[in-house]
Design a protein around this ligand. Structure first.
Ligand SMILES: NC(=O)c1ccc[n+]([C@@H]2O[C@H](COP(=O)([O-])OP(=O)(O)OC[C@H]3O[C@@H](n4cnc5c(N)ncnc54)[C@H](O)[C@@H]3O)[C@@H](O)[C@H]2O)c1
Length: 297
C-alpha cells in the first residue's frame, strides 16, 4: 500500500478515533494539535480505548502496547514532512481549516496526499489553499471511527484519480466501505441525517416530548441504535451547529436552518459528551441524566 505513515491534524474526538483505527491496523500515526491539553487527553483516551479492547479479548496486552507505540503526538506541524497521507480533522471552521492547509503545504512531502475529514465544507474550496489542488480529497469518517464502517470519499473539482485511489485504499485498509460523493455540502449521509437530528432539537424546543421520550421513540419505533439527541451529544453540539450552518448557507434551503436551541447550547458550553453536558449530563460513573437546564418547564 502507498500509505505507511499517517499524519492526523486535530487531537479531538475524530482525530483520536482515526489514529486509533489506523494504528490498530498497523499504520504509523502522528497526531498534531495546537492544544497540548488536547494532545494529552487524546493519549489518555487512546490508552483507555485499547484497554477496553483488551478486556473484551479483542486484542492482547502486547498488541495494545504495540498499537500505542505506533501513535506519536506533536505540537509541531513540520512533523508532517515524512507522512504519506495527511488527514485534517480539526474544528469545523473554514478559516481554521484554510490556515492549516496553507501551513501543511509548506512542510508536506510533495507526493503526500492531503485530505480533510470535514463534514460539510467544500473540498474544492479547501483544495484551493494548496499549490497543487489535485492532491486534495475528502476522507469523511463516521463516529465513533473505530466502530463505524463507512467512509465517504469526496472528489473536489481538481482531485486526481490517483488520489481517489489512494484514499480508497487507505479507507479499505482501515476496514471501511468507501462511497464516492460529489463535493456538495453535507455529502451523502449528513445531507439526510442532519435535518432529522435538527428536527429532534425543534421537538425539544416545542416540548413535544422530553429528551428521554424523543430518544426512546426513535430507538423503539425505528430500531435506531441511538436516539437522535444522544447522537447529537456524541457528535458534539458545536460540530452539529457548524455543519448545519454550512449546509444552510450553501443550499439556502430552510430545512437546514439550525434550531436556535443549538446556538444557546453552544453559548452555554453544553457541547455534549466532550464537555460532560449536552442534552444529557454525563457522570463520572458512566451514568447520565437528562439536562434539566435544556428541558426546564
Ligand atoms: N464529531 C463527529 O461526529 C464528526 C463526524 C465526522 C466528521 N467530523 C469532522 O471532524 C472534524 C473534527 O471534529 P471533532 O468532532 O473531532 O471536533 P473536536 O472539537 O473534538 O476536535 C477538534 C480539534 O481540533 C483542534 N484544533 C483547533 N484548531 C486547530 C488548529 N489550528 N490546528 C490543529 N488543531 C486544531 C482542537 O484543539 C481540537 O482538538 C470536523 O471537521 C468535523 O466536522 C466530525
Amino acid at each position: 500500500m502507498f500509505a505507511k505513515k499517517l499524519f492526523v491534524i486535530g487531537a479531538g474526538f475524530m482525530g483520536t478515533g482515526i489514529a486509533q483505527n489506523a494504528a490498530v491496523k498497523g499504520l504509523d500515526v502522528t497526531i498534531y494539535d495546537v492544544s497540548e491539553t488536547q494532545l494529552e487527553k487524546s493519549s489518555k483516551t487512546l490508552e483507555k480505548e485499547l484497554a477496553k479492547l483488551v478486556s473484551r479479548e479483542k486484542m492482547t496486552e502486547e498488541e495494545a502496547k504495540e498499537t500505542q507505540a505506533r501513535v506519536h503526538y506533536t505540537a509541531k506541524m513540520k512533523a508532517c514532512f515524512d507522512a504519506d497521507v495527511i488527514i485534517e480533522a480539526a474544528s469545523e471552521n473554514l478559516e481554521i481549516k484554510k490556515s492549516i492547509i496553507r501551513e501543511v503545504d509548506k512542510y508536506a512531502n510533495q507526493n503526500a496526499v492531503i485530505a480533510s475529514n470535514t463534514s460539510s465544507i467544500s473540498i474544492t474550496t479547501l483544495a484551493s489553499c494548496l499549490d497543487d489542488p489535485s492532491r486534495f480529497v475528502g476522507m469523511h469518517f463516521f463516529s465513533p471511527v473505530p466502530k463505524m464502517p463507512l467512509m465517504e470519499i469526496v472528489r473536489g473539482l481538481h482531485t486526481s484519480d490517483e488520489v481517489i485511489k489512494i484514499a480508497t485504499e487507505v479507507g479499505e485498509f482501515m476496514g471501511k466501505s468507501c462511497v464516492l460523493a460529489k463535493d456538495e455540502a453535507g455529502f451523502i449521509v449528513n445531507r439526510m441525517l442532519l435535518p432529522m437530528l435538527n428536527e429532534a432539537c425543534f421537538l425539544v424546543e416545542r416540548k413535544v416530548g422530553t429528551i428521554e421520550e424523543i430518544d426512546l421513540a426513535m430507538k423503539m419505533g425505528l430500531h435506531h441504535p441511538m436516539g437522535p439527541l444522544e447522537l447529537v451529544d456524541m457528535i458534539g453540539i458545536d460540530v452539529e451547529l457548524a455543519v448545519m450552518e454550512v449546509i444552510y448557507e450553501e443550499t439556502g434551503d430552510s430545512k437546514y436552518r439550525p434550531a436556535v436551541l443549538l446556538r444557546r447550547m453552544v453559548d452555554a458550553g453544553f457541547l455534549g459528551r466532550k464537555t460532560g453536558a449536552g442534552f444529557y449530563n454525563y457522570n463520572e460513573d458512566g451514568t447520565r441524566t437528562a439536562n434539566k437546564r435544556i428541558f426546564g418547564r
